[in-house]
Design a protein around this ligand. Sequence first.
Ligand SMILES: [Zn+2]
Length: 238
Amino acid sequence: MASGLTARQLTGQDESHLVTLADGQRLQADAAVAFEALRADARAAGFELAIASAYRSYARQLAIWNGKVAGERPVHDDAGDPVRLAGLSDARKLDAILRFSAIPGTSRHHWGTDLDVYDAGAVPADYRLQLSPVEVAPGGVFDALHCWLDEVIAAGCGHGFFRPYDRDRGGVAPERWHLSFAPLSAACAADCRDEVYRAAWDADPAQPALLLRRAIEADWPALRRRYIEVPERGPASS
Ligand SMILES: [Zn+2]
C-alpha cells in the first residue's frame, strides 16, 4: 500500500509501525521527529506543546464507541449538553456519536500520524484537560498556542502538520487541537478502502462486536463521505 502499512496497522490492531516518545505517546518515527521539531519551535515561542492523545488502538476506540452506543459514556451535542440516545433511531444515534467520535477502525488516531495537542505551560499541573471548544476559542486557555500554530502552518513552517478538522464541514465537529502529519497521513487515508475497515470490524472474534454495525453498513457511502473523508494535504506517495 502507498502508506507502507498493513490493513491491521491502518486500523489500530497492530502497533509495530510506531515509536514511543518520552511522554509515552506513540507515533510513526517520521511523525515523531517532525513533532519534536515543532515542539522545539513552540518552546522558542514560549509554548509548552504537549500531546493529549496520539496513537489510539482499535480496542480503545471500540470501548469508547460501544460505551457511547450503550449509554455508558456520555454523548454531547454541539453546545456541550448531554444527548439522550434512547428513543432515537439508529441513524440519529450515529449522527450524534459521529460528530465527536470515530467508528472504530476509521480513526485517524490509528495511523500514528495524528495527535491532539495542548499547551502544558498555559495551565497548572493539576489542570483537568477536556479538549473542549471553549479551551481553544478566542480567550480560551489554549487560544494563544493555536494562534501561533495557525501562523506557522500558514507560513509553511509547520513541519508537515495540518489541521484536518479546522472548520465545520457538516460532519465531524471542528477540532482545533487535532494535528495530522501530512507527509504520512495522506497515504494512510488513500489506503483506507472500505474492505480495510470491514476486515477490522470482522476481525478478532474474541473482542466485542461493533455496536450499530448494521446501521453503519446501511448508510455506509454517505457516512464515509460525511464523517471520515477530509481534504488531505501533502504528498500521497510513500
Ligand atoms: Zn484527535
